[in-house]
Write a protein that binds this ligand. Structure first.
Ligand SMILES: Cc1cc2nc3c(=O)[nH]c(=O)nc-3n(C[C@H](O)[C@H](O)[C@H](O)COP(=O)(O)O)c2cc1C
Length: 340
């Protein structure tokens, strides 16, 4: 199951009964990757997003992990630092930090309605170090609470991809400029988290060339240089997996990065067309584009998707207008097969 932000954690960011039930319902998928979860309050990107910044939040996640384990599933917590992809009316008025003082040219949903993204502050090296330590502390909390692993969110235009992107990162110190320098923070975060909890429990998600959050990675040579040096430096760690969001998983870029990473690859090509289908996922695996495919929207709508795909049964249609709503509607009320 792909990471899917559903914003049902309320203002406390503590997973409650509703989230326990949602993840429990989907345990038969095998391995769940949770929604993006903030490692520290300042890094919260959405109203209602869960956190792993405090022991109370970790205790809420522990109930989710136990529920999934009781059903025989595995669960990996995605740690997401929103970087400049937030607003003071989302992160409780805390400072907004990013590689450079460049705003996303778009709007976001806050507690006071839609507002433009603010101009972030460029991080000092001490703040870069502190953000790394927040990732490490969050990963430790997740593993201690019973997660099978953690996924570092390096995709979709949030903090880590902001460092990788020449549009969002215009630093002139060791964290900006060359591809090597732009990859430095991601390498440091993943390495530190792997040292803290064990590389076999750590995955990384990246989305080269996905233009979400104004990262504008359109220069293929630069993308290959930046993500190439990233995976070259990650290879010796022996991570659990690399997860790549890309419209062409069988194409040159993904396959070159896969070869250089030399570990397990997960792909997902959904946002470039319709949602992932059974046929598409099967084709990607049979063509050996990856070791696994993560599935998003089909699993939002079908808690028993594995049974449906195995048996060729019809599927429930997702209700996108309820993806980010509060409450059980469009969340835990999608019918199972026997009730459909
Ligand atoms: C409602 C929704 C929330 C999402 N939240 C996240 C997230 O928290 N972290 C992430 O890495 N990707 C997120 N994504 C991207 C999905 O993981 C996935 O890549 C995308 O939905 C395409 O796959 P699909 O066609 O199978 O749905 C989200 C997508 C949707 C539709």
């Amino acid at each position: 199951m792909a990471p899917l932000t559903r914003v049902r954690a309320g203002s406390s960011g503590i997973p409650g009964d509703l989230m326990v039930e949602y993840y429990r319902q989907r345990a038969s998928v095998g391995m769940i990757i949770t929604e993006g979860t903030y490692p520290d309050h300042a890094s919260q990107g959405y109203v209602g997003e869960p956190g792993i910044a405090t022991d109370e939040q970790a205790a809420g996640w522990q109930r989710v992990f136990e529920a999934v384990h009781a059903e025989g599933g595995r669960i990996v917590l995605q740690i997401m630092h929103a970087g400049r992809g937030t607003h003071p009316d989302i992160n409780g008025g805390r400072r907004i930090l990013a590689p450079s003082a460049i705003a996303i040219d778009n709007k976001t949903f806050t507690e006071k309605g839609e507002q433009p993204y603010p101009v972030p502050e460029a991080m000092t090296t001490a703040e870069i170090r502190a953000a790394l330590e927040d990732f490490v502390a969050a990963a430790r909390r997740a593993i201690e609470a019973g997660a099978d692993g953690v996924e570092i969110h390096g995709a979709n235009g949030y903090l880590l991809q902001e460092f990788l992107s020449p549009a969002a990162n215009q630093r002139t110190d060791g964290y900006g400029g060359s591809p090597q320098n732009r990859a430095r923070f991601v390498v440091e975060v993943v390495t530190a988290v792997a040292q803290a909890v064990g590389a076999e429990r750590v995955g990384l998600r990246i989305s080269p060339e996905v233009d979400l959050g104004d990262v504008f990675e359109t220069d293929r040579d630069d993308v290959l240089a930046t993500y190439g040096t990233l995976v070259d430096q990650l290879r010796p760690l022996g991570l659990a997996y690399l997860s790549m969001l890309h419209g062409d998983p069988g194409g040159d870029l993904v396959q070159e990065l896969r070869r250089r990473f030399d570990g397990k690859l997960i792909v997902n090509s959904g946002p470039f067309g319709g949602q992932t289908t059974r046929e598409q996922a099967l084709q990607q695996i049979e063509a050996d584009h990856a070791d696994a495919v993560v599935v998003g929207r089909a699993l939002i709508a079908n808690p028993d998707l594995v049974e449906r795909w195995q048996g060729g049964h019809p599927e429930n249609e997702p209700r996108p207008e309820l993806f980010y709503g509060p409450g059980a509607e469009g969340y835990t009320d999608y019918p199972f097969l026997e009730a459909a």
